[in-house]
Design a protein around this ligand. Structure first.
Ligand code: ATP
Ligand code: MG
Length: 723
């Protein structure tokens, strides 16, 4: 019952959940229950207003968040949850376009291109335009195009005031043509085509407006223009809209997100009611105070009150390490200590960083200490070569298929369809703009084309087409798992994998995993089920792959940490040039966003927060930035415990001074003296060279090891034995 749900809410939250139908906005800080309120609102609409779940659309920031919300609601609404539409903007738009795409000139069987597909297309575009991919990075082009799309600019709308913009405009133009030929949409297109659908086809728009009478949006501050417009088109003028957000947590500006959409909402819906939540249920008082002090430094924001229900809390730990490797050593050592001594579980920890490349030092430390971890990002399951191959085959089975998929697998396993043949086919297709299947059927049947190709090229193509057609004819009766079997057996992909050397076993396991996912979630038969499966796979984001069942610390970027919470959070690499990022240093707007990013990271922590920086930069950084992040200076002294504290004046001169906060006596077995002989489980025998106090009750040791040379270690973590 919804009544039960209201019991778990405070007065402010209850007021928001029971807001009258109409335009409502909940603006509140992290951990104040916005997501909880939004979930309760769905239950409330169904139970108290008798609204059909079919008319509710709830948009979350990740698919994982949507799944969690569905599970929570299942307990209250039972099987009715199946009727709700929940998911990210991208998945909701995909579902709509699968039904309506023909109105905007694409077949309903369109394929979705992810970033790797995009990059491949852009590499081809650069080649066509005779541009050097080393000078014009496909990645930079992809993000320029994406940026333009998020501002709803077409190729001809791009200002051409510099050579780079000229390149972007031309590449964008050609890129879009190639996607069109392949019946492919990229992620931005999913939004833009849906928007176009609603704008140009009033009958369709009003059908969806009539269906989705109740729209809820989480993390509203990170919507971009097309997303905002979609909501407006569906909800305006008199729909029931419930948006929740926090402008201090807007961290996707670089992807076109615009927290001013919060302001636009008010202009667009003059009757908008605003609700504030001022109680933080997530973090200790100390963490709430520390993060509030950091975000308070951003200009032009509306100050918010946030009161923690959990009083007190341990000081935020600020630690200096000698290098990223030492940061990582500290993190792993501290996790072990907290598990062994304070009863934490391995799944209670998250380690966050600004850039993916920072995960390397961490991963190595986890591996070295034999501690399990979960990495969000990195080479994702669905990006693995063998998985992408099988998915490419499945795309071909979806009728026509696209050229990218065709070229990917035409000669995998090797079947005599070489680069020269593909080149020929490409020429023929460019003239006729046909898909691979139609083209193959045509050339194999056309005497002139047969002549042109010659029997050496022709025979493998005919064989391939034969298998393809044969599976296509059976497709209506195949489940997705059976279609995968057909790829493995009929197209010979399984044999190919078996011959794949030492990695074969792992690759086969990955395919088995893919098949298991398909068998578990997609039991229907035919092309529709296959299309649904491929959509699901295409829209999987890094964070969605986070396995909840595995008990291990999570490594993730700050951007991915949105909306999540963990008992213990470590943020590493808090140096100028990393956080804030070097690109942001001379742009106040970007600097403000970096601060929000740090704020999002800090506010994920429930009980303990560690902030680490090192005196030496990353190997891949020019100049090796080693200045502590300016954001650390904004932490109030009362809530912080440091191993080192520098007076601001000294710091400005780039000089850090060691000065322990309090000099508690050390336990005798934990004290070391210069000249002492010690052994370390990994480094072997060494001599203590230098001893410095570190923190309340620890020592920083410099030890010269016989085998591995000089190391800096924290006495409490190093597991050194005196000889
Ligand atoms: P963010 O801005 O980070 O997304 P949020 O405002 O969405 O945060 P939630 O994730 O909904 O906050 O809530 C934070 C935590 O507080 C969750 O663990 C939630 O279950 C808990 N919580 C929220 N409201 C209450 C309440 N009234 N009583 C007890 N716990 C609550
Ligand atoms: Mg939330």
């Amino acid at each position: 019952m919804a009544i039960d749900l209201l019991v778990d809410l405070n007065e402010e939250q209850r007021r928001a959940v029971t807001a009258p139908l109409g335009a409502n906005l909940v603006l509140a800080g992290p951990g104040s229950g916005k997501t909880r309120v939004l979930t309760a609102r769905v239950a409330y609409l169904v139970r108290e207003h008798g609204i059909s779940p079919r008319s509710i659309l709830a948009v979350t920031f990740t698919n994982k968040a949507a799944r969690e919300m569905v599970e929570r609601l299942r307990r209250i609404l039972g099987s009715e949850v199946a009727e709700l539409t929940m998911g990210t903007f991208h998945s909701v738009c995909t579902r709509i376009l699968r039904r309506e795409a023909r109105h905007v000139g694409i077949p309903e069987t369109f394929v979705i291109y992810d970033q790797n597909d995009q990059l491949e297309v852009l590499r081809a575009v650069l080649k066509e335009l005779n541009l050097d991919p080393r000078r014009y990075s496909p990645l930079a082009l992809a993000s320029a195009i994406s940026r333009a799309k998020s501002e709803m600019l077409g190729p001809s709308d791009i200002a051409r005031s510099s050579y780079w913009e000229e390149i972007v405009a031309r590449a964008y133009q050609r890129y879009q043509e190639l996607l069109g030929q392949a019946d492919a949409l990229d992620f931005d297109d999913l939004l833009i085509y849906t928007l176009r659908l609603f704008r140009d086809h009033e009958a369709v728009a009003s059908r969806y407006r009539a269906r989705y009478r109740h729209i809820l949006v989480d993390e509203f501050q990170d919507t971009n223009l097309p997303q905002y417009e979609l909501i407006r088109l569906l909800a305006w003028p008199d729909g029931d809209l419930f948006a929740v957000g926090d402008e201090d947590q807007s961290i996707y500006r670089w992807r076109g997100a615009d927290y001013r959409n919060l302001v636009r909402l008010r202009e667009c819906f003059p009757d908008l009611r605003t609700y504030l939540l001022e109680t933080n249920y997530r973090s200790t008082h100390t963490i709430v105070e520390a993060s509030a002090a950091v975000i308070a430094r951003n200009r032009g924001r509306v100050p918010k009150k946030l009161r923690a229900v959990v009083s007190g809390g341990e000081p935020v730990q600020v630690r200096k390490a000698g290098s990223p490797e030492e940061e990582a050593e500290f993190v792993v050592g501290e996790i072990r200590r907290l598990v062994e001594q304070e009863g934490f579980q391995l799944g209670d920890f998250a380690v966050m960083y600004r850039m993916n490349a920072q995960s390397r030092a961490l991963e190595e430390a986890f591996v070295r200490h034999g501690m399990p971890y979960r990495l969000v990002g990195g080479t994702r399951f669905y990006q693995r070569r063998e998985v992408k191959d099988v998915l490419a085959y499945l795309r071909l089975l979806l009728g026509e298929g696209d050229w990218l998929s065709f070229e990917r697998v035409a000669n995998v396993p090797a079947r005599g369809i070489g680069e020269a043949t593909l080149q020929k086919l490409r020429q023929l297709s460019a003239d006729a703009s046909l898909g691979p299947l139609t083209l193959l059927r045509k050339v194999t049947a056309d005497p002139a084309a047969r002549e042109a190709l010659g029997s050496r090229m022709l025979r493998p193509l005919e064989r391939f087409l034969g298998v393809w057609d044969q599976i296509l004819s059976r497709l209506p009766s195949l489940t997705v798992a059976e279609a995968i079997d057909a790829v493995l057996n009929d197209f010979g992909y399984a044999v190919h994998l078996h011959q794949g050397g030492p990695e074969a076993e792992e690759r086969l396991q990955n395919i088995a995993e893919l098949r298991a996912v398909a068998a578990e979630h997609f039991s229907d038969r035919g092309a529709t089920a296959l299309a649904a499966f491929l959509d699901e796979v295409a829209l999987v984001a890094d964070i969605d792959e986070l396995e909840d069942r595995v008990e291990a610390p999570v490594l993730l970027t700050l951007h991915m940490a949105k909306g999540l919470e963990f008992p213990v959070v470590f943020i590493v690499g808090l140096q100028e040039g990393i956080l804030p990022h070097s690109r942001s240093l001379d742009d106040p707007e970007q600097l403000a966003e970096e601060r929000r990013l740090f704020y999002v990271g800090m506010t994920r922590a429930q009980r303990k927060l560690y902030l680490l920086y090192s005196g030496r930069g990353r190997a891949w950084q020019e100049g090796g930035y080693a200045e502590p992040s300016r954001f650390l200076r904004d932490l109030p002294v009362e809530v912080v415990s440091t191993t080192e504290r520098a007076s601001p004046r000294r710091r400005r001169h780039g000089e850090l001074q060691a000065q322990p906060l309090s000099a508690q006596p050390l336990a005798p077995e934990a004290s070391f003296f210069p000249g002492e002989l010690v052994t370390h489980p990994h480094f072997g025998r060494g001599t203590v060279v230098e001893v410095k106090p570190a923190g309340r009750a620890d020592l920083e040791l410099v030890v010269a090891f016989d085998e591995v040379g000089i190391k800096r270690l924290l006495a409490s973590l190093a597991r050194l034995q005196k000889i």
